[in-house]
Every structure is written in structure tokens, then in C-alpha cells.
Design a protein around this ligand. Structure first.
Ligand code: SAH
Ligand code: SF4
Length: 345
């Protein structure tokens, strides 16, 4: 569907929520069936050189004890996901642009491919990097990259980040990723201080115009140990939930063949948040497969669910949750977005 700003804004503002979700879910099932793809999420390091004003693991938060999993721990976590037929994994961390970090991630990717072969989808989510580094990781075995633009409004972005963080560079990184051959995902936070419904409608247009293959959006959650906590007006959880469901539905209606995640942050504001995300048109869930001993130190936002649960427990819980809304898990499938095949045909 080709939607203009007013049509998208109407989905976010006026349309009856249940009717909107039904419409989006119909498009989702027509395109993807009643199936959900899994991505095992490995949060392999909380060391970050950046200082985003909202994020719990920002460089300036001295309360966090910093870790980086070693190569064998990361490969083991990925192997657990593969053995449990997750089909794909996401390797996520804070952002570092050093040669040491680039070489470390390259080694990890090669070790994963050597042990598990080419079948597994590997997504990186490790921030802004040079084109050379993106190419190096692609050559080492990565297929996909997640880099949220956070907001498509550069002025709002500037208010949420220190002066040396650049919206323009993030955009350029997204375009580079696409050009060098990654399957590319982006996304935004919803309910940011100063963000309007028109901003959110423009976020959806941004996804369409940039031709992204994957979308991950979640509510902004106020972390007490961050500068933004001081002036953030708290949006009611029910409002955050509704807005996030509306955004998922609007994304599905406008980009039917994109992969859209029902994010963990949704579950932080509603115990059934992720299931509701599926019913609003999402087709991907990202269960955490990080070893439990590290989870307490990867707190981007408060009330993060599943921080004390083993990967084994998460797997069972998730299967029940997915079934509870009449969907089934696409076990062992990579789940590449159809959008990518279309874009690169
Ligand atoms: N460092 C990488 C990846 C890890 S951060 C990067 O920034 O791209 C992953 C995502 O967590 C960010 O893109 C942001 O959208 C989200 N995030 C950070 N702090 C958050 C908060 N307080 N509430 C909700 N989401 C948050
Ligand atoms: Fe670092 Fe990403 Fe958090 Fe920004 S959002 S401080 S880049 S981990």
C-alpha cells in the first residue's frame, strides 16, 4: 500500500485500534502465514563509546559493570540457538569503532561460520562503523544489520544525544549497509520526550523511502541513571502500548513484505505485549540467548523482562506465548525478509 502522510497519521491517531490491528494482521497472514520467525539475541558486550542520553549502558553511566563475552562464549550461545532451531541470531553490543573491536567481531563471525556453516542467518547490531568495517564483517559471514535511526526527525535526535552524535552519519551508515549488500533493519523509539504523532508518521515514511527490509520499534522507557530521566515526561504505559501497536500495524500495512519485530521492550510495558505485537502485524520475535550471568548488566531500559531466566526457560515460555495467539514458530528457518529479495531482484 502506498500511503501519504495524512493516511499514516490517521492510522496512528484516529482509526479504531482493534480494526487497525485486524487490517494489519490480515496483511501479515496473507504475506507470511500464521508464522513467526525467531532470532536468538546475544548481547555480547555492554562496552560503549557513545553517550546517548536515554540509554542505560551509555559510556557515562558509571554504575554499570562492563563486560565483553569471549569468543568461545559467543560461539556457544549462537550454537545453542542453532541447535534449538532458531534459524538466525542477532549479535548486539555497545558501539566501538576501534580496530581491535572490528577484528574481534570478524574473528567471532568466522568462528561461527566454521562451526555452524552457512545456513544460519547472522545479524549484527553494533552501531555506526566505516564502510570498510561493514564490508569486512559481511565478508566474514554476517548477512544482516540492525541500526535504528531512533527518530527520523534530526532536531529531535539532536535533543536526545550529545553534540558529537550525528543523525546524518547514522543515515549515511544505513545507506552504506544497504549498498554493500546487507539485509538492513532500522527502527525508532516511541514516546520520546518531545516526539509528536506527526514525527511518528514521518518515521513510517522514512522506512518506506529508505527501502528498509526489517523494522524494530519499541517504547522509550525511562532509565533512572540517564540524563534524559530528569526532564522526561512519563508517558502512560497504556498510551505507549497503544502507540507502539499502531506503529507496528502502520508499518505492516505500508510495507507488507518487511520483517517486523515484536520487541522485548513491548513486554516490559505489558505482560502480553509481544503477543499483542504479533496481532498488530509483527512476524519476528527475538528471544534472549545471552548467558544469564551477563543479562543484569545489559539494561538499556528498566523492567527488562527475562533478565533472570535461562535461554531454555525462555524457549518454552515463548512457544506457549506464540501458540496462545494462534501462531506457530517457523523452527529452523532463516526467515529472510521477502522485501530484500524484491529490492535486490
Ligand atoms: N549500540 C547499538 C546497539 C545496542 S542499543 C546501537 O545503538 O545501535 C539498541 C537499541 O536500544 C537502540 O537502538 C535504542 O533504540 C534502544 N534503547 C536504548 N535505550 C533505550 C531506552 N531507554 N528505552 C527503549 N529503548 C532503548
Ligand atoms: Fe551505546 Fe547503543 Fe546505548 Fe547509544 S543506544 S549508548 S550507542 S548502546
Amino acid at each position: 500500500m502506498c500511503a501519504n502522510h495524512n493516511e499514516i497519521a490517521a492510522m496512528l491517531r484516529e482509526e479504531d485500534l482493534a480494526a487497525l490491528m485486524r487490517r494489519a494482521y490480515e496483511v501479515k497472514t496473507a504475506t507470511w502465514g500464521r508464522r513467526v520467525a525467531l532470532r536468538g539475541l546475544v548481547e555480547f558486550s555492554n562496552i560503549c563509546a557513545k553517550n546517548c542520553l536515554y540509554c542505560g549502558i551509555r559510556r557515562g553511566n558509571s554504575k554499570v559493570s562492563r563486560y565483553r563475552m569471549d569468543e568461545s562464549e559467543i560461539v556457544d550461545a549462537v550454537a545453542w540457538a542453532a541447535d534449538n532451531r532458531y534459524g538466525s541470531v542477532v549479535l548486539q553490543s555497545g558501539e566501538l569503532e576501534t580496530e581491535e573491536n572490528a577484528a574481534f567481531i570478524e574473528r567471532v563471525l568466522k568462528a561461527i561460520r566454521a562451526r555452524l556453516g552457512d545456513g544460519l542467518g547472522i545479524t549484527l547490531s553494533v552501531g555506526e562503523q566505516s564502510e570498510a568495517t561493514y564490508r569486512r564483517w559481511l565478508d566474514a559471514g554476517a548477512n544482516r544489520y540492525l541500526l535504528r535511526i531512533e527518530t527520523s526527525n534530526p532536531e529531535l535526535y539532536a535533543r536526545l544525544h550529545p553534540a558529537d552524535h550525528s543523525w546524518q552519519r547514522r543515515l549515511e551508515c544505513l545507506r552504506t549497509l544497504s549498498r554493500v549488500g546487507y539485509i538492513v533493519g532500522t527502527g525508532v523509539m516511541i514516546g520520546l520526550p518531545g516526539q509528536t504523532v506527526d514525527d511518528l508518521a514521518r518515521d513510517i515514511r522514512f522506512f518506506i523511502d529508505e527501502g528498509v527490509d526489517m523494522i524494530g520499534m519499541g517504547p522509550y522507557l525511562v532509565h533512572p541513571d540517564t540524563p534524559l530521566a530528569a526532564d522526561a515526561p512519563r508517558t502512560e504505559k497504556s498510551r505507549l502500548l497503544e502507540l507502539t501497536l499502531r506503529m507496528i500495524a502502520a508499518a505492516r500495512l505500508t510495507i507488507p513484505d518487511a520483517n517486523i519485530a515484536s520487541t522485548t521492550a513491548l513486554q516490559a510495558i505489558d505482560p502480553e505485549g509481544r503477543e499483542k505485537g504479533l496481532l498488530a502485524g509483527a512476524n519476528v520475535i527475538m528471544p534472549n540467548v545471552t548467558p544469564v550471568k551477563y543479562r543484569g548488566e545489559y539494561i538499556l531500559y528498566p523492567d527488562k523482562p527475562c533478565t533472570g531466566e535461562s535461554s531454555e526457560l525462555c524457549r518454552g515460555c515463548l512457544e506457549r506465548r506464540v501458540k496462545s495467539v494462534g501462531e506457530e514458530i517457523a523452527w529452523g528457518e532463516r526467515g529472510d525478509p521477502l522485501h530484500f529479495a524484491r529490492r535486490t531482484a
